[in-house]
Design a binder for this molecule. Structure first.
Ligand code: ZN
Length: 528
């Protein structure tokens, strides 16, 4: 009798919806169609209490954690950008001066995963199948394409605003595949944006959101009021980056993802392939308008339709149940501060810059040395360690003075010397999140934790993310398809569990910096 062999799905599709708060699954539930989020929730398995377990809750860190099961302390991706603590050099997470752009004559492709210090589940799949598996990453954002696809990816593509092209870097290839060139030549962005943005349904049906035209909503270039219909086609002519901040960015991403399935014949080879997708426009729209806006609701209703189309396409291409999908988010978002204040719920803006200036003046008066603190980047005090060493100053004392002063400032809940976190009166889960987020070489030595509702922001519109609070760290996590049960759990799950779960499902080694555990509930009993 022939050995039936090890069963695996034809393809794994890992979708990260940028800035998707967990509550959007339920807030808009009655407005979703049957093919998108509700199909994932009905046919698939929902981990309804999935939490990010590190700081800061920023994009690059989230994508890295989802695909590595690791935390900044080990993965090295400690922010979208960070300060190398010894040299003081500012580093963008995927910058790589040794490679060049493929697909445009500019620097948008001087990117690679080389700053990522651990393997991804996609790397592990490639190694487990002796590189017969193909791995492709797709996003508008370089970092959200590169970090999920890992070091050993066949390709990662992202959008270059200046040309409107999907591009890549010489890290992966010397020239764009013919299908990418052909796709770029169809000028898809111009088609998608030319008619502007009107709501999918009559605007008076958007009962889950604030009325249009709130003072805390941002405006597109050339707009005088922040209301529908948004003439984004006109704004795009003035500023190409506008496209990202429309729901059509997700439509483009998922359309390009389908092209990638065709172009690389994903799911049709001798081994399981892996496609990573980041829908980034949810993040740009969220930053601009805040979670309670009609713009955000409409973006999710449109994304729901676009996801439904992707699943129907994969059903017909690979067969229903022949592929595994998971969907999660890299972080959530706070409500807009203007919205919170309107409803008397505590929230306010915070700016690290004047605080760092004041502290530097206090330290200069004591030590006779200027600028001992470089910045408050990533809610951390980044000290000038070179100067402190050269002048033989006492770093422990400098931290102590800084912390004592910071803790008296409005909006700051704690300032913590991470080296002494064991002695700090900080409750869980915060303490673990601080430890997990702290990378010795890349994180500032003092972690600042703001009061709930507060965030660092310099404009007075829109919102952001980055803190420990549930609105930033409670994310959706859904699995569907091959090997997955239908159901849901409210048990505690962490973002670090996602990659080990996918590894367990595929019977491959978990990534080499993973600290999470497989979520057993999601998998069918007969997994092998
Ligand atoms: Zn993000």
């Amino acid at each position: 009798m022939q050995n039936p062999g090890l069963a695996r799905p034809k393809l794994v599709v890992g979708i990260v919806v940028d800035q998707m708060r967990w509550d959007y699954l339920y807030r808009y539930y009655n407005r979703y169609g049957k093919d998108g989020f509700r199909r994932l929730m009905g046919e698939g398995f929902s981990c309804d209490n999935t939490l990010i377990n590190y700081l800061p809750s920023f994009t690059a860190v989230g994508h890295t954690c989802v695909f590595t099961g690791s935390v900044p302390a080990l993965s090295g991706i400690s922010g979208n950008e960070w300060i190398e603590q010894l040299s003081g050099k500012m580093v963008y997470c995927t910058d790589d001066s040794t490679v060049s752009t493929v697909g445009a004559d500019n620097a948008s492709g001087k990117m690679s995963p080389r700053n990522l210090l651990v393997s991804t589940v996609t790397d592990e799949l490639r190694m487990a199948t002796n590189f017969q598996s193909k791995v492709v990453g797709v996003s508008l954002k370089d970092r959200a394409s590169i970090l999920p696809a890992g070091h050993a990816a066949n390709a990662a593509f992202w959008l270059d605003d200046a040309t409107g092209n999907f591009v890549t870097s010489t890290y992966y290839m010397q020239q764009l595949p013919a299908w990418v060139d052909a796709y770029n030549k169809t000028r898809p962005i111009e088609q998608l944006i030319k008619n502007g943005w009107t709501t999918l349904y009559p605007i008076d049906t958007y009962k889950n959101s604030d009325e249009d035209d709130q003072s805390y909503e941002g405006k597109y270039s050339g707009e005088t009021r922040s209301v529908f219909p948004h003439a984004v086609g006109e704004s795009y002519k003035k500023s190409k980056g506008v496209f990202r901040s429309t729901p059509f960015g997700n439509t483009l991403t998922l359309d390009f993802a389908r092209q990638a399935v065709e172009g690389y014949r994903l799911g049709s080879g001798p081994a399981t392939d892996f496609l990573t997708i980041n829908c980034a426009s949810t993040d740009y729209v969220g930053h601009m308008f805040g979670p309670n806006s009609i713009e955000v609701e409409d973006t999710y209703l449109r994304l729901d339709q676009d996801l439904g189309k992707l699943f129907i396409y994969l059903d017909s291409k690979l067969g229903k149940g022949q592929y595994t999908v998971f969907l999660t988010a890299d972080h959530g978002a706070a409500h807009a501060i203007g919205y919170m204040q309107k409803h008397e719920i505590p929230a306010d803006f915070w700016d690290s810059r004047p605080l760092v200036d004041s502290l530097n003046r206090i330290l200069a008066a004591k030590y006779g040395a200027e600028k001992l603190i470089r910045s408050g980047l990533n809610y951390q005090l980044n000290f000038d360690l070179g100067k402190i060493d050269a002048l033989k100053l006492d770093l422990g004392e400098i931290k102590k003075i800084s912390i004592a002063w910071l803790e008296r400032q409005p909006g700051i809940n704690y300032a913590v010397d991470v080296a002494k976190i064991g002695e700090a009166p900080v409750p869980e889960p915060l303490k673990s999140m601080i430890i997990n987020g702290y990378n010795y070489k890349r994180s500032g030595a003092v972690q600042i934790v703001l009061a709930a509702g507060w965030f660092e922001g310099y404009g007075k519109t829109g919102t952001t993310h980055g803190t420990w609070n549930p609105y930033d760290t409670h994310i959706p996590l859904l699995f569907m398809g091959w090997g997955i049960k239908a159901g849901h759990t409210n048990a505690d799950v962490h973002m670090t569990d996602i990659a080990p779960t996918v590894a367990a499902l595929l019977h491959i080694q978990m990534p080499n910096g993973a600290v999470g555990k497989p979520i057993r509930e999601v998998m069918e009993a007969a997994g092998r």
